[in-house]
Write a protein that binds this ligand. Structure first.
Ligand SMILES: [Zn+2]
Length: 240
């Protein structure tokens, strides 16, 4: 029987001892039932943790039983840090709610394996959150434009305007509030285009970091319209 790999996006209780697992695989979203997984001595218990990457027998249909499950990666280092773990959950929520069935799942699945491996080895997980969020925009069809004015194709004195999804020239922007100059949008472009299997993401000072986070928030309000529970929790955690 063919096997597949999947990230556990969400795990919810089902009857007394079972759990329903929402998984993301190379073939897209899949839902399976992990029977009796909540019993203390069940070896599959650790397979039902959110964020784990597991291998299992490829289900024939939705809500098939989870069979022959083995753990590939639990991303233990991420899970030991509450903020890093909440970032991971935020990414999983976005994958579950924003990526639809007709997407290039093969590409996204392999990007996620690289992303989580690197997050698991990094002390700066926020940068990986930025990279994911920006690349997800492109993945779901809201590509950002960093090259030339949206309206006249000018390449001079451009500013980045989040609600326009890209750069714009001074002639074609009425209101300069909520626009960002080159020193900020070139950082955004760096994270948007980076190939994380080739290059190391650039470190940035806190002042720029806050601006990047704010711009991404605006882009998501404008184009995605979905707020994760984990992003609300992250905001609370950062205030403490
Ligand atoms: Zn223009």
């Amino acid at each position: 029987m063919a096997e597949t790999e999947g990230f556990v996006l969400q795990s919810i209780d089902y009857k007394e001892d079972h759990k329903i697992l929402y998984l993301y695989t190379e073939q897209g979203h899949q839902t399976v039932i992990a029977y009796r997984v909540k019993k203390m001595n069940n070896i599959q218990r650790f397979l039902s943790q959110r964020g784990s990457l597991i291998r299992f027998k490829r289900p024939q249909k939705e809500l098939d039983a989870l069979q022959d499950g083995t753990l590939i990666n639990a991303y233990e280092t991420i899970k030991q840090d509450p903020i890093a773990y909440t970032r991971l959950l935020h990414i999983l929520e976005l994958v579950r709610h924003v990526i639809d069935d007709h997407s290039n799942h093969h590409k996204m699945f392999h990007f996620l394996t690289k992303l989580f491996d690197q997050m698991n080895q990094s002390s700066d997980t926020e940068i990986y959150q930025f990279i994911f969020e920006l690349k997800l925009l492109h993945f779901i069809g809201y590509g950002l434009n960093f090259k030339q004015c949206n309206i006249c194709q000018s390449t001079n004195n451009l500013v980045f305007h989040p609600s326009s999804g890209g750069v714009i020239c001074p002639k074609h922007i009425k209101d300069l509030s909520d626009t960002y100059r080159y020193d900020i949008y070139e950082v955004l472009a760096h994270y948007y285009y980076i190939d994380i299997s080739q290059d190391t993401p650039r470190q940035i000072p806190n002042t720029k970091r806050l601006k990047i986070a704010h711009i991404i928030d605006m882009l998501y309000d404008e184009f995605v319209g979905y707020k994760t529970k984990s992003s609300q929790i992250l905001k609370q955690m950062k205030k403490i």
